[in-house]
Design a protein around this ligand. Structure first.
Ligand SMILES: *[C@@H]1O[C@H](CO)[C@@H](O)[C@H](O)[C@H]1NC(C)=O
Ligand SMILES: *[C@@H]1O[C@H](CO)[C@@H](O)[C@H](O)[C@H]1NC(C)=O
Ligand SMILES: *[C@@H]1O[C@H](CO)[C@@H](O)[C@H](O)[C@H]1NC(C)=O
Ligand SMILES: *[C@@H]1O[C@H](CO)[C@@H](O)[C@H](O)[C@H]1NC(C)=O
Ligand SMILES: *[C@@H]1O[C@H](CO)[C@@H](O)[C@H](O)[C@H]1NC(C)=O
Ligand SMILES: *[C@@H]1O[C@H](CO)[C@@H](O)[C@H](O)[C@H]1NC(C)=O
Length: 319
């Protein structure tokens, strides 16, 4: 029996992800590395472009430690939204900025990022629309879309292993939002790639998306994620121990069901009033057609006492 070491931080602010704000004067810009070997694995972005990451090498006593961060940016869960996304920077590395600003836990400034500033730090660009977990394709003759997040993850890992990741002392898999979800989904797989001598941990930042009814008791989010899992062929890549232990295997995309099957130590970082959970899971527009929650959504200080009670209940549902 493995014991799960789960450390829970609850941050009561409205920030969606940690470390998103940075002053412009001391930005570290890191060039993009396109993963050429991905083509052989059929690992493509939505539009067929090659996947990419940005890497800033470690130094000093951080030279053998690795931090990987999945980029976030929502999902596409039907052909229409994925076709749109394929023509944006969220679905094509061709359309992405080639120089990426490394801030927060990716910063190389020791006073801002004392724990990781000298680690090897890698940002995995998000271009599959399915939290790096799909394996499928849509092709009807005029439109071709790749749902190959799982292969992109593997192509990037296999590219990094010989660059030093494969003999890391410490390795942390992190990500924000849709990337935070990816770090839950791939945590076990990540540790399986690394030797027993590597201390592996994972960090999900604003990625604990809840399977919870909205204020009208509809499962709006469950429906959204079920469409995502089905469209992108994600089910086959979900943790087997989870999918074997639940009546609907698709539910294992939700961290709340996956959690007990994740073996490495896991840090969960989620705001108690996470904007996404509030605006899309608890009070999606479909559950509030008259906009009674609009003012409260824009400014929590203008929520009524009843609305605050409902928000506090959301906070308590989180880990
Ligand atoms: C590092 O961050 C500190 C604190 O924000 C700042 O004062 C300093 O100028 C930064 N150093 C560099 C080299 O940018
Ligand atoms: C980024 O990398 C590309 C490809 O290697 C290179 O052509 C370009 O000059 C680099 N840009 C900068 C600013 O280093
Ligand atoms: C393929 O699918 C797209 C998006 O649904 C649609 O616009 C297009 O007409 C379809 N092409 C064919 C040949 O059915
Ligand atoms: C990671 O997951 C993929 C897809 O399930 C699998 O093919 C691969 O063997 C796994 N890697 C390791 C090291 O377990
Ligand atoms: C399932 O759990 C067993 C026992 O904890 C473990 O040995 C195995 O690696 C797990 N399999 C997957 C796919 O996570
Ligand atoms: C709320 O749920 C009820 C019962 O399922 C349904 O009839 C009603 O249309 C829903 N209202 C909204 C605003 O979604």
């Amino acid at each position: 029996m493995e014991y799960l070491v789960t450390t829970v931080f609850v941050v009561t602010t409205l920030l969606t992800c940690a470390g998103m704000f940075v002053s412009s004067d001391d930005r570290l810009l890191v060039n993009m590395t396109v993963v050429r070997s991905a083509a052989a694995l059929g690992a493509y972005c939505l539009d067929g472009s090659l996947p990419a990451y940005h890497i800033h090498l470690g130094f000093g006593d951080g030279a053998n430690n690795w931090l990987l961060q999945f980029e976030g940016g929502g999902w596409c869960n039907d052909i229409e939204t994925c076709a749109e996304r394929a023509q944006t920077r969220r679905g094509s590395t061709r359309l992405m900025t080639k120089l990426e600003s490394f801030s927060g836990i990716l910063s190389n400034n020791a006073s801002r990022n004392p724990d990781f500033y000298n680690w090897n730090r890698v940002k995995l660009r998000y271009c599959d629309g399915g939290s790096f977990a799909g394996d499928s394709k849509f092709d009807n003759g005029t439109l071709l879309l790749y749902f190959r997040g799982q292969r992109i993850w593997q192509a990037i890992i296999e590219d990094l292993l010989p660059k030093g990741l494969g003999s890391a002392n410490k390795a942390l898999l992190s990500g924000c939002s849709a990337g935070g979800l990816a770090s839950y989904l791939h945590c076990n797989n990540f540790s399986n790639y690394l030797p027993d001598t590597t201390a592996v941990k994972c960090l999900g930042d604003a990625g604990f998306f809840l399977d919870s009814p909205d204020i009208n008791m509809s499962h709006t989010q469950r429906t959204f994620f079920q469409h995502l899992v089905t469209l992108q062929g994600i089910e086959q890549n979900l943790d087997e121990n989870c999918t074997n232990s639940i009546s609907d295997p698709k539910q294992c995309i939700f961290p709340q069901y996956l959690l007990k099957h994740i073996t490495p130590p896991l840090f969960i970082l989620n705001s108690a009033y996470d904007v996404y959970q509030f605006h899309h899971i608890l009070v999606p527009p479909s559950a509030d057609p008259h906009g009674h929650w609009n003012r409260c959504k824009l400014n929590p200080q203008s929520c009524s006492p009843d609305q605050m009670n409902i928000l506090h209940d959301l906070k308590c549902l989180q880990p």
